[in-house]
Write a protein that binds this ligand. Sequence first.
Ligand code: TRP
Length: 337
Amino acid sequence: MFDPSSHKPIVLTGDRTTGPLHLGHYVGSLKNRVKLQETHRQFLLLADTQALTDNAHDPAKVRRNVLEVALDYLAVGIDPLKTTICVQSGLPALAELTTLYLNYVTVARLERNPTIKDEIRARGFGRDIPAGFLCYPVAQAADITSFKATVVPVGEDQAPLIEQTNEIVRRINHQIGRDVLLEAEAVIPRVGRLPGIDGKAKMSKSQGNAILLSASPDEIRDAVRRMYTDPNHLSASDPGTVEGNVVFTYLDAFDEDEPAVAEQKAHYRRGGLGDVTVKRRLETVLQDLLAPIRERRAQLARNPRHVLDLLREGTRQARAVTQATLDDVRSGLGLFQ
Ligand code: TRP
């Protein structure tokens, strides 16, 4: 069990529980989280309440994916003895902190948040924005501050949320007159975002361009076969383009034999290297990466009770941590005790 008196810096990240995780999550964050659990006190939040902010019509999906995402975490090597995995809806202190924080944020500020603006556009809400959706950055500020996290590894798109969190921290601390809450730093991964297999900028299950961590060997083979390459590279003897060619982007991300990849790129550019050959190499790399993950996941999925027990225990621990912060804020503001 983790040592509560440890002085390691606290890191919090999480995922909305809207679907199983994919290779984009793996390169962008999961791999890093497996490392962070060795050096940091790490909490992972299964953000089911946040998932409801744009999935209110399908709570069953949100519920089901709590288990799916937890299985993905454990399958890639998140160790529940080193990382506390918890479920957002099981932490009532987060909702209470959100209610308090909402008074320190204006609607205009929420509407100006670039992440939210983009997401509102992408979801086609028009004027019918669920209030919970508009306010989720405030709930996320509650997530981050309640754990006293100072390190928040997130994708670039989430940076404005951390900025908004820190504004709230400063307002509350100013109101209370001392630093009850800690500011957090967004740690953006250096590796770029993994494109979808169709070459679109973002891998996403809903776009049908993802390779899930739970993909079967046939699904992996099929995805690699359909993968976007250079549309002008019509025959193997033609010179081809490597930039924007998803097969090479993935080889860069997953093939550890860098000199061999560099050699393949040069050959492809020169001409004489067919798509089928490079794809065969990538398929091998991905099959080797995902086989042990799939195996571990399947083994864990056979005993969902065990996984749910882990989540209950993690949530129980997180309840104490988040409640302590709520108590600090309540007494700082001088509310009724
Ligand atoms: N917004 C994050 C996402 O969509 C999920 C999340 C919820 C989160 N609470 C968080 C991330 C707190 C970091 C810290 O992926």
